[in-house]
Design a protein around this ligand. Structure first.
Ligand SMILES: [Zn+2]
Ligand SMILES: [Zn+2]
Length: 83
């Protein structure tokens, strides 16, 4: 059961929808980051637009902004340099 205890800093670098490194990371108004494709797909399956992590509900589909979190951007660049 040790594998279920991910530390917070690791979670910041992975999309909680696909559980992979971000591809095209975007941030939503609650501050969480997802791959653009993942969060779009997720919202297609739900009646309400909500954050998969904190469950904050957005009454209309929020604009997806390119993430500005420097840690996320760095981790994406890092992972892409290996692919
Ligand atoms: Zn994803
Ligand atoms: Zn959230």
């Amino acid at each position: 059961m040790a594998s279920s205890s991910l530390v917070l800093s690791e979670e910041q670098f992975q999309c909680s929808v696909c559980l992979n490194m971000f591809t095209e990371p975007v941030s939503i108004p609650c501050g969480h980051n997802y791959c653009k494709a993942c969060i779009r797909k997720y919202w297609e399956t739900t009646d309400l637009c909500l954050c998969p992590m904190c469950k904050e509900i957005f009454h209309k589909k929020p604009a997806l902004r390119k993430t500005s979190d420097p840690l996320v951007i760095t981790s994406v660049k890092f992972s892409q340099s290996f692919s």
